[in-house]
Design a protein around this ligand. Structure first.
Ligand SMILES: [Fe+2]
Length: 227
């Protein structure tokens, strides 16, 4: 365990923070739902297995974006700095393919298939939780030493521009509720500043159902929304 009391004391730009919160929330929720799945309920099975498929899709594209943008940037100025993370990513890609096989078996209702999917997903989640923490500590240290915040923001913008609309919608559906109210308002203000109003309102429609408790009221207040 390598988390510090304050992992970002300099307040540097952290491109991992929000998407990793989204993935942690998506993984935790999905794992719990697979664990409690009623295989005799076709509608519930379809919904939960569909959620697993979405999670595996997002995990795969997430690691591709990290390879293409983050690791490329790290290697450009700190050669060799991504080696163990690249190995992790190859391992995760193999795990995703195995989980997709388990998922297909569970969808066919095979004996013990849902239980096998649950156990496999639990290990995958455990490995990813540790991996993401290591990225936030070790990779951010490399990035912060080698790049200015302005450069890191430019890399992040290029990464985000490469994300396909359906992947972005899925990521935001999990990301916005996973953030603190303050982070949520900042993220949505940024989206509002960079997108036409109808696109911004679509994002709000997407995330509103998942904002429990006082989340929606706080967001309305923070964004001065009249909806
Ligand atoms: Fe990663």
């Amino acid at each position: 365990m390598n988390s510090n009391a304050n992992p970002n004391p300099g307040g540097r730009f952290d491109g991992y923070a929000d998407i990793h919160k989204a993935l942690r929330a998506f993984m935790g929720d999905t794992l719990a739902k697979v664990g409690s799945l009623d295989p005799e309920d076709p509608a519930e099975s379809a919904a939960v297995l569909g959620q697993v498929a979405g999670l595996l899709r997002l995990c795969r594209t997430h690691l591709e974006h990290e390879n293409d943008f983050i690791h490329t940037a790290m290697e450009a100025r700190a050669p060799g700095s991504t080696r163990s993370f690249a190995e992790d990513h190859e391992h995760h890609e193999r795990s995703i393919r195995e989980l997709e096989d388990d998922l297909a078996a569970a969808a066919k209702g095979g004996e013990g298939a849902a239980a096998r999917l649950y156990r496999g997903l639990a290990v995958f989640v455990a490995e990813n939780l540790e991996h993401m923490d290591r990225e936030e500590v070790e990779n951010n240290a490399v990035l912060w030493a080698a790049y200015t915040d302005e450069e890191l923001i430019a890399i992040e913008k290029a990464l985000v521009a490469s994300v396909k609309p359906d992947e972005m919608a899925l990521a935001l559906t999990w990301m916005i509720p996973a953030l603190t109210p303050r982070e949520r308002a900042a993220k949505l203000s940024g989206i509002r500043a960079g997108a036409p109003e109808p696109a911004f309102l679509k994002v709000l429609d997407l995330v509103r159902p998942a904002l429990g408790g006082t989340g929606w009221e706080k967001l309305k207040r923070d964004l001065a929304l009249a909806v």
